[in-house]
Design a protein around this ligand. Structure first.
Ligand SMILES: [Zn+2]
Length: 413
């Protein structure tokens, strides 16, 4: 009896009443009946229609109570709709053929933000598919109801999602007050980014003030074409990644060279000594780095140029930064390090984008793109085993989209 009171209080369903409640096979079974003289609604057009017949009983999983499964049992009516024909009625607690009640979907989706989907399915004894369906339900609702107006700054980033150079293009909002994922696209081609701008719309694009991206050609091309009047910035995270790549390539080449020439393989397994920020390194990596810096190696020189460049970001003015960049790039071009020179050449080519950073410095706090990139990578790792693009897209929107959630009378979590 008390359970019925609780249900009526937390989840009243218009046009339906809760009936007998019993315990069967460790599941609390709640009978649901149509309210007397109530008319069923067509599931297609949501209009009240005369009943045609009754179907077989169906079970709908509800939020568990004290670790005990709860399920609604109901015999859906079929209605005769002049517009849609004979259709199953609309049941407000579930959509379509789903056997999971909406509150339970919200409940599972909430936990899927904190745990991996696999863990959620084990914890609440539902199938992986039920978890997927729940997250999808919440994400679909969120995407339909999100507000995309007044976005001033966006960041474009790419992320590897499968071995063999399979990439996703991610677009984030990176305004100070709101940072969230706006778009996930397969690949990192011109078409991918065009799709974003197409969906985002012309008016919203014209309202943008800044776009951050890396030097990927396809992105540069689309931004130039689609957002001519928006300030395009080469963001800090991507520039440093670019220089880090030069260090890493130099290290790999030199490692092979040393091996070939019969020297001690001192560079082996030193990758992260060179790439990580000093403050993120553990004491072993720091000691190793200190030791390696004594050698006259190409990797060391390349690393020092990269570290030298860090000062660039501290400049207060654009002209100061420009002067520094000129001096630094001249030194780097004389370094006889082919990989570094290659990177510097393209930075020089896009010097304007690089210096645009200083027009927006105050408003783009450091590490936004980096933070979002890290979170996206973490989500991908947590959803390890997701193969389909759609699943990854849903998982990313779920954790990074800041999506609005459906309203409920009561929060079950
Ligand atoms: Zn209808």
């Amino acid at each position: 009896m008390l359970i019925k009171t609780l249900l009526n209080k937390t989840y009243p369903v218009k046009g339906f009443v809760y009936g007998k409640i019993s315990l069967e096979d460790e599941t609390i079974i709640v009978e649901v009946h149509e309210r007397k003289n109530s008319k069923a609604k067509c599931s297609c057009c949501h209009q009240q229609r005369p009943t045609y017949d009754h179907m077989k009983e169906r079970l709908f999983k509800f939020v568990p109570l004290w670790g005990i499964h709860v399920a609604f049992v109901y015999r859906p009516r079929r209605v005769e709709c002049p517009k849609d024909g004979v259709k199953v009625e609309h049941m407000p607690w579930a959509d379509g053929k789903s056997s999971v009640c909406k509150p339970f979907k919200l409940f599972l989706a909430h936990w899927a933000k904190l745990l991996s989907w696999k863990e959620v399915s084990v914890q609440f004894k539902v199938s992986w598919l039920n978890v997927f369906e729940s997250v999808k339900h919440v994400v679909d609702y969120g995407l339909e109801h999100r507000d995309l107006d007044n976005i001033k700054a966006i960041g474009i980033d790419e992320i590897q999602y499968r071995k063999g150079h399979k990439y996703l293009t991610l677009v984030y909002q990176i305004d100070g007050h709101c940072r969230r994922l706006l778009f996930v696209g397969k690949d990192r081609s011109v078409k991918t980014l065009l799709r974003f701008f197409y969906r985002f719309g012309k008016e919203r694009t014209e309202n943008l003030e800044a776009i951050c991206s890396d030097l990927w050609k396809a992105y540069l091309k689309v931004i130039k074409h689609k957002a001519k009047n928006v300030v395009h910035i080469l963001d800090r995270f991507h520039v440093m990644k670019y220089l880090n790549d030069a260090v890493d390539k130099t290290r790999r080449q030199e490692t092979a060279q040393l091996k070939q020439d019969g020297y001690e393989p001192i560079l082996e397994k030193s990758k992260y000594c060179w790439l990580k920020n000093k403050c993120n390194q553990n004491i072993f990596q720091l000691a190793r780095l200190k030791d390696l810096l004594h050698y006259n190696l190409r990797t060391v020189r390349c690393y020092l140029h990269k570290e030298d460049f860090q000062q660039f970001w501290n400049y207060k003015t654009r002209w100061g930064a420009e002067r520094f960049f000129k001096a630094w790039s001249t030194r780097a071009m004389r370094s006889k390090l082919p990989e570094l020179k290659k990177a510097v050449k393209s930075l020089r080519k896009h010097q304007k984008l690089l210096l645009n950073y200083f027009s927006f410095k105050e408003r783009l706090s450091n590490g936004i793109v980096e933070g979002l990139n890290l979170k996206a990578k973490l989500t991908m790792r947590k959803s390890y085993g997701f193969k389909r693009f759609e699943t990854i897209e849903i998982a990313l929107f779920h954790t990074l989209g800041h999506l609005p959630e459906p309203m409920m009378t009561h929060r079950f979590y």
